[in-house]
Ligand binder design. Structure first.
Ligand SMILES: C[S@@+](CC[C@H](N)C(=O)[O-])C[C@H]1O[C@@H](n2cnc3c(N)ncnc32)[C@H](O)[C@@H]1O
Length: 786
């Protein structure tokens, strides 16, 4: 492990450690290579631990004078049939007015029978399963092993949001939705509501986690810490401090730290800015999974605090005088990402006397106004306390950009899980273009399958570029690097496209594959007066987007048509002076024949997209080196190109068919040993002809990772190093697959690891004597033949 420079935090205030933490987090986000990121991540982990320790220091005194701003103590109404529980309401329509009245009065309300007993049991079982998997030795029925359950972190799991089947199902539960809908403030109609959610008043559920308090009885060390707080930065909420909530992209940007891809889901609660009311923009909630009595520990609230929020805040003064000071333990604000924060109350503050525990039955759903001070009490009983957190807000609160990014992120995390009819409301519906990977739910679920990246990209381009072609190109390129990879030709190959246009000064250009209009803008901006570009795309959404982009660029010399060459040929003028084929590689050859046959091209020079990038020799190398080819598979009867799989040196990938997009089984597809019958020479020539330099569509971090491995080899420049290039390519691909499947998606198919092992093995084989010599000789021959 590299040396990690960690500051000494002893004697620092919570605020000072918090500042160190924020700086360290920023460093992780800025780290530009894997090892730096790892080093910064280790440093961050140490500081995070110090911050947790600093926050746990005993609170000693309080000097607050704003007590007069607190609400009057109350006695809460109890359930008529069992006074051990707080009064509750059903989610039946007839019961809702009374529930709403209660909510406005006290700032919280309990809905009963929201989850059925089997749903509670399934959720509890899922939580146990997850705990047992991550805690060796823990067994739910073995009370001896319960000591392995940590009471740190308030009984919360490490991840900031959980995506397991029942947890996700509960987020889409009809009664959960009805309860949230009943108490959230409604939004008035919003013009041009451009959001993946069907309606501004759709209830969006937050992606949260669960908690478990083990029976602690008299064992103080097993109890979770008690606390009272607000999950909002009061000054931001009141508009006295800025919020960056609309900049949240939920881990969808490269800049977003992939180690904390879920932190934005937290920030969306803590960085809320109110719209002038004390109703609270969000409601927070606890879905109670076991009967929970007073002594079992769990949520408590300060009834009525929401109505005192503004006077209390005024009494506090400005935010700067409420930051924790060194050596002083008091009520204080903890600043968090995006201008958000939370407010912690000292253990000596009188507000503790005003708090009330909310005992409730299993299946009940407790909701409270986010402006209500709340927290938890320790479990002193012989029972478990287990609950799922679900909070909600109205979709209309989010700008379209944030809303689309959120829907796409949730879609990614929900991958493969059952989606119900409420999914478009609670998660948003990320629609997108053909050819993107899908995660469609089963028959009863709504389609929630497509990527939204094209939608987001065009939206960003239209918003950020001022209608100048160069600015538009730059906006696409920025989106590709900073947000999500696009399929556009990109600036590097685009330069060669520019040269081709400038060299031939065409009067009529035909482009197959408009996509979002990037290459069309490139071409059209260079055309002479009177010249025309026809660009066609078989995807209607893409054709419309390209049209919008070209209009935004003010390029009236480009005509966008929806359809294929075959369908549109009668409408297209001919002959053309330049054709840019950029639609489907599998179609190139037959389309060229058609173009000839139908009189579009009389004579031609064929330029492979990669060719101008480098000399012939280097293009050959690059093709082999990348060793990447689209792997066609059949999904629902349609051939789709779903990703990049390295073609193994010793075997061709069979056309494997699988319903599960993620189960790329390279390991099984490639034989571990070199088959005796393989014609290596033919194969290498085959590669030389078939390479497709798709680097523009690979993720930036992947190409970067590949470059780190390949660059030193490329610099050598000797033909003997070809094999090293190939081995490096295999390693880079294996590395990518390893990252993609095992780091970004923790629960991904274990076969990915196996495939990485095989790729590494293959790289080794390439470096061995006889194979190496054979490959070198064939490569020389192939280069000479070019
Ligand atoms: C690689 S993208 C084109 C990128 C674009 N030229 C650019 O650089 O901005 C491929 C596009 O071809 C379209 N496409 C695929 N098959 C097609 C076909 N047979 N006819 C027309 N368009 C097709 C897809 O819908 C997609 O939008």
């Amino acid at each position: 492990m590299d040396h990690v420079d960690v500051p000494d935090t002893d004697g620092l205030s919570v605020l000072e450690v918090e500042d160190l933490y924020n700086a360290a987090l920023e460093e992780v986000q800025k780290a530009c290579d894997v090892s730096e990121r790892q080093r910064c991540g280790q440093r961050l982990a140490v500081i995070a631990k110090a911050l947790r320790a600093a926050k746990r220091k005993p609170l000693e005194k309080t000097q607050r004078t704003e007590w007069s701003a607190y609400p009057e103590p109350v006695t809460l109404p109890r359930c008529p049939d069992d006074a051990r529980y707080v009064k509750s309401f059903s989610t039946e329509v007839a019961d809702l007015p009374a529930a709403q009245h209660f909510f406005h009065e006290y700032g919280f309300v309990v809905f009963r029978d929201v989850l059925t007993a089997p749903e509670c049991e399934a959720t509890v079982a899922e939580i146990w399963r997850s705990l047992e998997e991550r805690t060796p030795g823990l067994e739910r029925h073995d009370s001896e092993s319960w000591s392995l359950l940590s009471s740190e972190r308030y009984g919360l799991p490490e991840e900031q949001a959980v995506f397991t089947p029942q947890i996700v199902a509960n987020r889409q539960n009809d009664r959960v939705y009805a309860a949230l809908d009943a108490v959230l403030p409604r939004m008035s109609g919003i013009e041009d509501f451009d959001s993946p959610h069907p309606d501004p008043n759709s209830v969006v559920v937050t992606q949260d986690r669960w908690c478990i308090y083990r029976p602690a009885g008299d064992d103080a060390s097993a109890r979770t810490a008690e606390n009272l707080h607000l999950d909002v930065n009061p000054w931001t909420y009141a508009g006295l401090k800025p919020t960056e909530i609309e900049d949240l992209r939920y881990g969808m940007t490269i800049a977003g730290d992939h180690r904390f891809p879920l932190q934005d889901f937290r920030a969306e609660l803590t960085a809320v800015q109110g719209r002038g009311s004390s109703t609270g923009e969000h409601v927070q909630g606890v879905l109670n999974l076991l009967d929970n009595l007073e002594e079992d520990g769990g949520t408590r609230v300060v009834p009525g605090f929401h109505r005192c929020f503004m006077p209390w805040l005024r009494a506090l003064g400005d935010m700067e005088s409420n930051l924790a000071q060194s050596g002083q333990h008091d009520n204080w604000v903890l600043r968090r990402a995006a201008g958000g924060g939370s407010f912690k109350f000292s253990n000596l503050d009188r507000i503790h006397q005003l708090s009330r525990r909310i005992p409730m039955r299993a299946g009940s759903f407790l909701l409270w106004n986010q402006l209500l001070v709340h927290g938890s009490c320790a479990n002193n009983s012989a029972n478990f306390r287990i609950a799922q957190f679900i909070t909600g807000f109205r979709a209309g609160e989010m700008s379209p950009g944030r809303s689309w990014a959120r829907a796409a992120a949730v879609q990614r995390h929900n991958s493969g899980l059952l989606l119900r009819p409420l999914a478009p409301h609670v998660f948003g519906e990320a629609r997108g273009t053909e050819g993107t990977e899908g995660t469609a739910g089963p028959a009863d679920g709504r389609s929630f399958a497509r990527s939204e990246r094209e939608h987001l990209a065009v939206e960003q381009v239209l918003q950020t570029s001022k209608g100048h072609p160069e600015a538009i190109l730059k906006a696409f390129e920025d989106f590709h690097v900073q947000c999500k990879p696009l399929l556009h030709v990109g600036p590097m190959k685009g330069t060669y496209l520019d040269h081709a246009v400038q060299r031939s000064s065409p009067s009529l250009v035909l482009e197959l594959g408009s996509y979002l209009g990037y290459s069309a803008v490139r071409i059209a901006r260079l055309l002479d007066e009177g010249a025309l570009l026809y660009t066609i795309d078989e995807n209607a959404d893409n054709a419309a987007r390209a049209e919008a982009v070209l209009r935004h660029a003010g390029l009236s010399n480009a005509v966008v048509l929806h359809g294929t060459l075959e369908g549109l040929q009668s409408q297209l003028p001919r002959p053309v002076d330049l054709v840019f084929l950029d639609h489907s590689k599998a179609l190139y050859l037959e389309e060229i024949h058609r173009l000839e046959e139908w009189g579009f091209i009389k004579s031609y020079k064929l330029r492979l997209r990669i060719r101008p990038l480098c000399s012939r020799r280097w293009s050959l190398l690059l093709g082999i080196l990348l060793g990447l080819s689209r792997w066609n598979r059949t999904i629902s009867g349609q051939r789709k190109s779903t990703g990049y799989v390295p073609k193994g040196i010793f075997g061709r990938l069979p056309d494997r068919r699988s319903e599960r997009v993620r189960s790329w089984n390279l390991g099984a597809a490639l034989p571990a040993e070199k088959p005796a019958s393989i014609d290596l020479r033919a194969k290498l020539r085959d590669w030389a002809c078939h390479f497709v330099a798709e680097s523009s569509t690979l993720r930036r971090d992947v190409t970067e990772a590949a470059n780190v491995i390949m660059k030193p080899r490329l610099l050598v420049g000797s033909s003997r190093k070809f094999v090293d290039f190939m081995a490096a390519g295999a390693l880079a691909c294996g590395f990518y697959r390893f990252c993609e499947f095992n780091v970004r998606q923790k629960d991904a198919d274990a076969k990915a690891k196996e495939s990485y092992r095989l790729m590494a093995e293959r790289a080794e084989q390439l470096l061995e004597g006889p194979t190496r010599e054979e490959v070198i000789s064939v490569l020389r021959e192939a280069v000479d033949a070019q």
